[in-house]
Every structure is written in structure tokens, then in C-alpha cells.
Ligand binder design. Structure first.
Ligand SMILES: Nc1ncnc2c1ncn2[C@@H]1O[C@H](COP(=O)(O)OP(=O)(O)OP(=O)(O)O)[C@@H](O)[C@H]1O
Length: 576
């Protein structure tokens, strides 16, 4: 399975900077408020130091009261400023997260279908849930916390320097070990958290596919296999989580023990400087209090570094979705007519084994072509290539002279539509479900499309086109869902319709009725149908018989039966 790409560091930096620049005024307000709060916060330890010195010099209660009152003022002012700073930071963060989510949704919706299919649902759903939530928490809480704590630490250390440069110097003793262990952690953190994210995606994939296929698992008694498969993925997730836990279990204790070093060093040197008369007792007390105060922001920085790591890894995965090359490659090519042509088309899913071997075919506008052949012959693959979902490894599939896979996606969808057995009923009204195909269609258009595909069940719906469909509302059975897909297709009104087993899930009577109804509205359109029931093929203008990825026969029903080849054999066995 091809995972979706992850973005590199420079893309993450650009995005983060872009988010801040877009909201620069709010970012400036947050910084100024937090900065002011941190500066005001320096007042209390300094005033405490003054109290010590004043008491030492024999000052009275009134002087101490005045200083104590000033301390209360400082604490209150810091509290208020921090509160508003946090409020502003949260608003800023929420706006940034909303933008990221919106961009993620547009990037995801722009992904080529083949890329989504190959990446699997797990990777995409982990990115859209776990990763987007991680990035959200990081932008909202982690980045402001780390930025503010960083500013507080700098100010507190700066204040110790101002009290006495020598005290400031010894206060830095803990920095090298914190720096070294943080570097060690950060270097290993990003790949470890990326591996954790990928393992979580695989686990989600395993669990969702098992849950979705529960009936098949039960029917085929695959429970043990699926449990073993799930266990393997759980083990993979456990191994990656243990690796990140190991990193944290080295990082955290080293850092914690480093906290007390600077305080001890300042008190020791402070005692010496005091005996030499170079500092006052109050200054030593203030310096120790500043360092004590710095523990909290340093602790916050380190605690949140882990979340920042997760957030960074998640952001690389979220932005990676945008790095899938865009679908449109040749916007400049405008088809000159509706002729579909295949020349020397080869295709391989795995890059090693070709499943189509040099197909040549020309489909005239308005022609009905049926594709028949044994299972695994490559019929669905050919349908996907004709619809431009996959591009040939070699050769070309073109419409009106333009390679189909190089058409602008919107133009391609307008010209060619593929209907398979897989169809989705979106949660929403019947009208919403039809309007996806043609937003400007009127109620009459929608009802006539439903009529055309024999979906007469709509007449019994309680609220007509406004009836809510999907889980928790009116559920359509397979046949109804398929008719809905066909009605959607009629509304989309493409030049070329590719039906890949589109009516296979219908019971023979409904299928025949739908096919007849479709036949009436397909007039004038090119129709290519992968046909399982050979009576569908019989009605076609031409039949292409695909055997082992090659067109073995091409002609109309009577000619092919007369020729007595592969088609005649299929027809005999089907008819007989
Ligand atoms: N997603 C895929 N990845 C790898 N191989 C694939 C994939 N889809 C199909 N194949 C292989 O390509 C070959 C052609 O498959 P395809 O589904 O096109 O045949 P088909 O004629 O439509 O068969 P059926 O009638 O059973 O649907 C088969 O060997 C199949 O195993």
C-alpha cells in the first residue's frame, strides 16, 4: 500500500510562519500581553529581596507593609495580564486551527481517486482525526505556552544577571545538560513520533476494514485470521509507542534533576559574595527566588516539548496530503471530438506484472461497446483507464486527441463518468444526494432521472426528495442505492458512460428493467459496459472480448457467435 507523503521541515516552518503572519496583529497582542505579564512578574521576588534588606537595616512595619502591598499589586497585575494573554492566544490558536482544517479538507477532496484508494482509509482517517487534533492542540496550547515560557525564562535569568553578573553566570550551570538532553530527545523524537503515527494509521486501517467486512469475516470464518492481523498491527503500535516512551523516560528525569543545580550554585556563590560585601542578602534571596520561579516555565517548556514533537510530526502528515501531485497535468488540451482511442495501452498495478498488454481500440461517438471476458481478464482495469482514474504505464488512452488522465479533472468528469458496483449514499436528503451530480438540476429533472432508472420507490418516500437518507434515517437497499447512482449519472450528463458491473447487484428483473430504462436515455452517448450478463452484450453495437489482458475478439454478437471463438464459447455456456 502506498502511504500518503509527509511534508519536510521547511514546509512545516513555512506553514507555521504563514499562519502567524496572516494573524499578525492578534499574534502581536498576545506577545505584548504575555511579555508585560512576565515583566510585571519580576517585581515580586525583587520586592521580597527589598523586604529582607529593609528588615536587615532595621526598617519598621510600615515599610514592610508598603512593600508587601506592592507585591500583591504585582501578583494581581500579572494574573490579569496572563488571563487576557491566554484568552487572546486561544482565539488566535482556534482561528489558525480552523484554517488548517479547512485547508486539509480542500487538499483531501482534491486528491486523485487512485491515490486515495492506494493509500487506504486508515492513513487518511488518522490524518484527518488524530493528526489534525494533535496539530490543533499544538497550535492552540503548545506554541503559545512554549513561546511565553521561553520569554519568562529569559527575563528571569536576565534579572539574575542584573542583580550581579557573577550570580547570573553561575545560574547558567544547568543549561548545558538541559540543552544536551533536549537535543538528544528532539533528534530521535520526530522519526519516533512519525513511526508511531504510521503504526496508528495501520492499526486504524486493520480495525476499520475488519469492522466494515464483519459479515464477510463471519461468513468465511476469517475471525482468527483477522484477529491475528489485528494483533500484528497492535504489536506494531505498541513497539512504536514503547520507543517514544523510552525517549521520554530518559529525557524527563535528567531534566528534573538539573533544576536544583542553579539554585544551589547561586546560594553557594551568593554566600561568598555576601561575605565579601559584593551583594546584599536581599539580592541573593531575589536571585534564588528568580531561579525558583524559572523552574515552572522551564518545566512547562519541557513538558510541552513532547506535545510539540507530536504536533510537528502530525503537521508533516497533515501537510503531506497537499504534496500529492495535483491531478491536472495538461489543462491546455481541449478535446476536439468525442472519439475514445486506446493505443498500445499497457498497465500494471505493482510495476512488475502487466495486467493489460498493449490494447488498441477505437470507440466511435454514440457507440455501445460491451466488454466481456473471464474473471481477472482486466475488464475493470480497462474501465478505470478509460475513465482516467489510472494512467497507462505505456501507450495512451485519449478522448478527442487528449490523453484522458491528463485532462483537467472537472472537464474529465463532465465528459466521462464511471459507474461501478460501489456507490455511496451520502447522509443527507435524496435531493442532496442527486444534486452532487448536477447542482443546478430542478426537482423535475431529478424525478425524471429517478423515473428513467426505474427507481419508482421514491414515490413511497415520506417527504419525497426531502427524505433524509443514510444511517439513522431511511436506508436504501443495494438495488435502490445503485439506481440512485445511475440517476446521479443521468443528471451529470456525460458524453461517455462507463458502466462497470453497474447493474450486477440488481435482481435479474430489476436489472433488465434498469438496463432498458437506461438504454432509452443513453441514446446519443457513448456507452462502454463491462457486461456480466451476455444478453447486455448482445444488445451492444460491438463486443470486445478480453482474455488475459488482451482483446481476443472484437465485433458484433452475430459475427462473434458465427466465428465460433472465445465469445461463442462464453455465449453457449451462458445460454445453455
Ligand atoms: N488494485 C489492484 N491491485 C493489484 N492487482 C489488481 C488490482 N485490481 C485488479 N488487480 C489484478 O488485475 C487483474 C485484472 O483484474 P480486473 O479486476 O481488471 O479483472 P476483471 O476482468 O474485471 O475481473 P472480474 O470480472 O472478476 O471483476 C487481475 O489479475 C487482478 O488480480
Amino acid at each position: 500500500m502506498n502511504r500518503l507523503p509527509v511534508a519536510d521541515r521547511s514546509a512545516v516552518r513555512r506553514t507555521a510562519a504563514g499562519l502567524l503572519v496572516r494573524d499578525r496583529r492578534a499574534a502581536a497582542v498576545v506577545l505584548v500581553l504575555h511579555g508585560t505579564a512576565a515583566i510585571v512578574g519580576l517585581g515580586a521576588p525583587w520586592l521580597l529581596g527589598r523586604i529582607v534588606d529593609e528588615v536587615g537595616a532595621g526598617a519598621g512595619v510600615a515599610a514592610v507593609d508598603r512593600l508587601a502591598l506592592a507585591i500583591v499589586g504585582c501578583v494581581l497585575a500579572q494574573l490579569l495580564l496572563s488571563r487576557y494573554a491566554r484568552y487572546a492566544a486561544h482565539r488566535l490558536g482556534e482561528r489558525a486551527v480552523a484554517r488548517l482544517r479547512e485547508e486539509f479538507v480542500s487538499r483531501t477532496l482534491a486528491l486523485p481517486v487512485s491515490v486515495v484508494e492506494r493509500a487506504g482509509v486508515g492513513d487518511l482517517s488518522t490524518r484527518s482525526s488524530v493528526d489534525v487534533a494533535n496539530v490543533g492542540a499544538t497550535v492552540r496550547d503548545v506554541v503559545p505556552t512554549i513561546a511565553v515560557a521561553g520569554a519568562q525564562v529569559s527575563l528571569l535569568f536576565g534579572a539574575v544577571f542584573l542583580l550581579h553578573p557573577l550570580l547570573g553566570l553561575v545560574a547558567l550551570v544547568g543549561i548545558p545538560s538541559i540543552y544536551a538532553v533536549t537535543r538528544w530527545y528532539l533528534r530521535r523524537g520526530t522519526p519516533a513520533y512519525l513511526a508511531e503515527g504510521a503504526a496508528t494509521a495501520e492499526l486504524t486501517d486493520a480495525l476499520t476494514t475488519t469492522a466494515e467486512g464483519a459479515r464477510t469475516v463471519e461468513a468465511l470464518r476469517l475471525a482468527d485470521d483477522r484477529i491475528a492481523y489485528g494483533r500484528e498491527r497492535i504489536h506494531g503500535a505498541w513497539v512504536t509507542r514503547r520507543a517514544t516512551l523510552r525517549l521520554r523516560s530518559v529525557f524527563m528525569p535528567v531534566v528534573e534533576t538539573t533544576y536544583s543545580l542553579p539554585i544551589a550554585a547561586v546560594l553557594l556563590l551568593g554566600g561568598i559574595l555576601l561575605s565579601e560585601g559584593m551583594v546584599t542578602l536581599g539580592e541573593v534571596v531575589a536571585a534564588a527566588l528568580y531561579l525558583q520561579q524559572a523552574i515552572d516555565p522551564i518545566d512547562r517548556i519541557l513538558q510541552w516539548t513532547e506535545q510539540a514533537q507530536r504536533g510537528f510530526a502530525s503537521l508533516t502528515r497533515v501537510l503531506g496530503v497537499g504534496q500529492v501531485p495535483p491531478e491536472q497535468l495538461g489543462r491546455t488540451c481541449v478535446p476536439t471530438d468525442r472519439r475514445l482511442v486506446l493505443r498500445g495501452v499497457r498497465f500494471s498495478y505493482d510495476g512488475r506484472r502487466d495486467v493489460l498488454h498493449g490494447l488498441d481500440l477505437e470507440v466511435r461517438p454514440g457507440e455501445r461497446l460491451a466488454i466481456v471476458g473471464p474473471s481477472g481478464a482486466g475488464k475493470s482495469t480497462l474501465a478505470r483507464l478509460l475513465a482516467g482514474i489510472d494512467a497507462p504505464r505505456d501507450g495512451v488512452v485519449s478522448i478527442g486527441g487528449c490523453p484522458v488522465s491528463a485532462l483537467d479533472p472537472a472537464e474529465r468528469r463532465r465528459r466521462i463518468a464511471l459507474v461501478t458496483q460501489e456507490h455511496h449514499v451520502f447522509i443527507g436528503s435524496l435531493r442532496d444526494n442527486l444534486a452532487f451530480a448536477a447542482p443546478s438540476a430542478s426537482d423535475e429533472d431529478m424525478l425524471s432521472a429517478l423515473d428513467s432508472v426505474g427507481a419508482d420507490w421514491y414515490a413511497a418516500l415520506p417527504a419525497g426528495l426531502d427524505t433524509e437518507l443514510g444511517d439513522g434515517a431511511k436506508r436504501l437497499d443495494i438495488a435502490q442505492a445503485q439506481q440512485l447512482a445511475l440517476a446521479r449519472l443521468l443528471l451529470a450528463d456525460p458524453d461517455v458512460m462507463i458502466l462497470d458491473e453497474a447493474t450486477a447487484a440488481l435482481d435479474p428483473t430489476t436489472a433488465r428493467r434498469t438496463e432498458r430504462a437506461l438504454a432509452a436515455v443513453l441514446v446519443g452517448r457513448t456507452v462502454i459496459a463491462v457486461a456480466h450478463r451476455l444478453n447486455t452484450a448482445r444488445d451492444a453495437d460491438r463486443i470486445a472480448v478480453l482474455v488475459d489482458g488482451r482483446i481476443a475478439e472484437l465485433g458484433n454478437h452475430d459475427d462473434l457467435v458465427r466465428a465460433g471463438g472465445a465469445y461463442a464459447a462464453l455465449w453457449r455456456s451462458w445460454h445453455g
